[in-house]
Design a binder for this molecule. Sequence first.
Ligand code: SF4
Length: 275
Amino acid sequence: MEPSEPPAGGVVQPSFFGAAAVDAGGQASRGMPSADAVTGRATRHGAAELSDPTTALAALHGACGACCRCGLALGRQQVVVSRGNPAASLMVIGEGPGAQEDASGSPFVGRAGQLLDQMFASVAIDTRQDAYICNVVKCRPPDNRKPTPEEMAACLPWLLQQIELVQPKVLVLAGATAMEGVLGLKGGITKLRGQWRQWRGLWCLPIFHPSYLLRNPSRERGTPKWLTWQDLQDVRRRLNQLEAGSPQLEAGGASAGASAPTSPVAGSAAQVSAD
Ligand code: SF4
């Protein structure tokens, strides 16, 4: 399918392939408070101890904001926990905060974040209402370097708690680092993007990171941007099918078959608690 074709099952939006401004608004909220609404409401309790997801997410934001589990705490301005809708069926996980995210306290707010929003809007997914967005590490690595395995491991309990509390149906892993941090798969994003996997009962799809797409702007067939368009249409289809109650993709709906769960992380997210 060419980039100009409409996404399956979705409303045609101005594509991130084009230069037109994107209106990603207008879709109905599911009535839950935004992630921003709970940011900074600190509590002395660990997030997993609290039964109400909204209260627990507020606790998580507060506790995460005081985290010093790894050395990234030393250079941060702010801990960057999430943005979007904590009641969303879709969770998008990136690598870590950059300079603008560190300054604002919100993930994916720079050029890459704008492209991310446009990418999803092109398949009728409003990232403000239809997605919960976070990163593998919550503090900015110096000079925007890739977080180390130790830093990702230190921060993983926060991510697991976010997944446990938000209970998304689909995870989109933006970039190789997110794929490594969640699935334990190193490298090979070019090979593994677009391949659905099941992890902890969730559907996961690695895609190219929008920063990579900014460096590779061609929209020609077979380019990273074109491939990402295919992947996002698959995400739209998957969400449509899950919302319709079907756990299976339609024939030809996925770009690759789902694999067995591949988590390198033992235990349940529910068993991981904050400090
Ligand atoms: S990156 Fe994660 S583990 Fe490290 S200090 Fe920040 S919140 Fe804590």
